[in-house]
Design a protein around this ligand. Structure first.
Ligand code: PFF
Length: 454
């Protein structure tokens, strides 16, 4: 075990790092679309409730384990429940973020590719069909996406190998404020486009008839993914937070920033989508097909401005993906350093190799390996489904059961209330305890079953 562990410099550094993990592709390609599809403002209210009543308690449960033990996922479980089966939860939460990282890096690589294109050639195709097939050709070609995947993962390795303070903390401190600045600039531009109003209405018009049980499950699932829950990243980052720091304040800050970014991203993207007169969709299609089409279309009348917005937009996506990816990377590195005694440098290289291979298989599953299927899914889709639909929820369920039912209540209270010194925390502990023990496991089970049936 490492004798001296690094720590984040202070409260703002911890919140920026956690928000960096939370704010990622999920906020940009999934949230805006879900809002519009699922009842506009009505969905936002439900999403807000599920962030506060479900995701925040789960976030705090993970953070409490990390902060209590000051160890990575595996070491933390070993310390709190020695010699028991809970170690498997530690191991599961070392592996699942690395699987996510592998395919996330492929998408991060595509973003670098599109950033490169917006810097060099720009987007000139003027038919959405042509833009879509350009994207299809780009991902199916074996070498170029592999090169960008290597660049993306290599970038993560470079940041993580520099350490918690000089690598992760420093990177997040620079990029997180920049990300907010960029997305606000894009939003202002987008809102001034002719026809932008329809996009604002799409996001804000409350339609309570769309609030079905499956919409509620979708809101819960999205808040889960967006806050990076259930895979040990929150636990690991929380283990780098100083002893005397208030975990509840850190949690509220992270949830607040994540939510704010998702909303701004919605108002940055949807008005532009509507101004261009196209139907919004979710997933990679939104980022790599719809938006390049919009840039190409805008470019016809204002090439200079459209080029600039395209560059700013892909810079935002690349950095948002980086700050999330390094949090997953760090989970694996913490395990190898603390449990296997490797140097940080060696651990970084080892994780790079493992994730590069799995990521390469995911990348090739759009081209030469497109015929290879696991349970009827391509390798990329299998890794995505396995992690976001099952491993995240399963890990989250085990974390809440562990903290709510297995851990000593006095220890949990001690962590939550800063040893009884935080008055507000002490006042709300009862509510947290109830949400954690009863509501969270039930809600996670509902998400799990919904995902299973989907
Ligand atoms: N929260 C990230 C997003 O919204 O894109 C995704 C993510 C990051 C998931 C880190 C899991 C994780 F461990």
């Amino acid at each position: 075990m490492a004798a001296r562990r690094e720590h984040f410099g202070g409260r703002s550094a911890a919140i920026l790092a956690l928000a960096g993990s939370a704010i990622g592709l999920g906020n940009i390609w999934r949230f805006p679309y879900m809002v519009g599809q699922t009842g506009g403002a009505a969905f936002i209210i439900i999403y807000l409730a599920s962030c506060l009543l479900l995701s925040l308690p789960i976030f705090l449960a993970e953070a409490i384990i990390g902060h209590r033990t000051h160890a990575g996922t595996f070491g933390a479980m070993e310390r709190l429940a020695p010699g028991m089966k809970w170690k498997w939860l530690g191991l599961l939460t070392v592996l699942s973020p690395l699987v996510i990282l592998s395919y996330y890096s492929v998408v991060g690589g595509w973003s670098i590719g599109y950033l490169w294109q917006s810097l060099t050639a720009g987007f000139h195709l003027d038919e959405i069909g042509a833009v879509s097939s350009a994207f299809g050709r780009f991902v199916a070609e074996p070498w170029v996406p592999l090169l960008f995947h290597t660049l993306f993962l290599g970038g993560c390795a470079w940041i993580v190998s520099a350490g918690v303070k000089s690598g992760i903390e420093r990177f997040n401190k620079i990029t997180m404020p920049l990300l907010f600045l960029l997305i606000v600039m894009i939003m202002v531009y987008s809102l001034t486009l002719p026809g932008a109003r329809a996009g604002v209405e799409y996001l804000l018009k409350p339609d309570f008839s769309k609030i079905t049980p499956s919409a509620v499950a979708a809101a819960m699932g999205q808040s889960f993914f967006s806050l990076s829950l259930g895979v040990g990243t929150i636990l690991t980052y929380a283990s780098y937070i100083r002893r005397d720091e208030n975990i509840l304040v850190t949690g509220l800050g992270t949830v607040g920033f994540d939510l704010l970014f998702a909303l701004i991203a919605g108002f940055a993207i949807m008005p532009a989508v509507f101004a261009a007169g196209i139907e919004p969709g979710a997933g990679p299609g939104l980022i790599f097909e719809t938006l390049p089409y919009i840039f190409a279309k805008m470019g016809a009348s204002a090439p200079w401005l459209s080029g600039l917005v395209a560059v700013l937009f892909f810079v935002t996506i690349v950095f948002a993906a980086f700050t999330s990816a390094i949090s997953m990377y760090e989970v694996g590195v913490a395990y190898l350093v603390e449990q296997r005694g490797l140097s940080r440098h060696k651990a970084t290289v080892l994780i790079f190799l493992g994730c590069w291979i799995l990521g390469a298989l995911c990348s090739l599953s759009f081209g030469p390996l497109s015929g290879t299927h696991i349970f009827g899914l391509t390798i990329f889709n299998f890794c995505d489904r396995l992690t976001s639909n099952f491993l995240m929820t399963f890990g989250g369920l085990l974390f809440v059961i562990f903290v709510g039912w297995k851990m000593d209540k006095t220890a949990v209270r001690d962590e939550f209330t800063c040893g009884g010194t935080a008055r507000f925390n002490t006042a709300v502990f009862g509510a947290f305890w109830f949400l954690l023990r009863y509501l969270a496991p039930l809600a996670i089970l509902i998400i799990f079953i919904t995902n299973f049936l989907a």
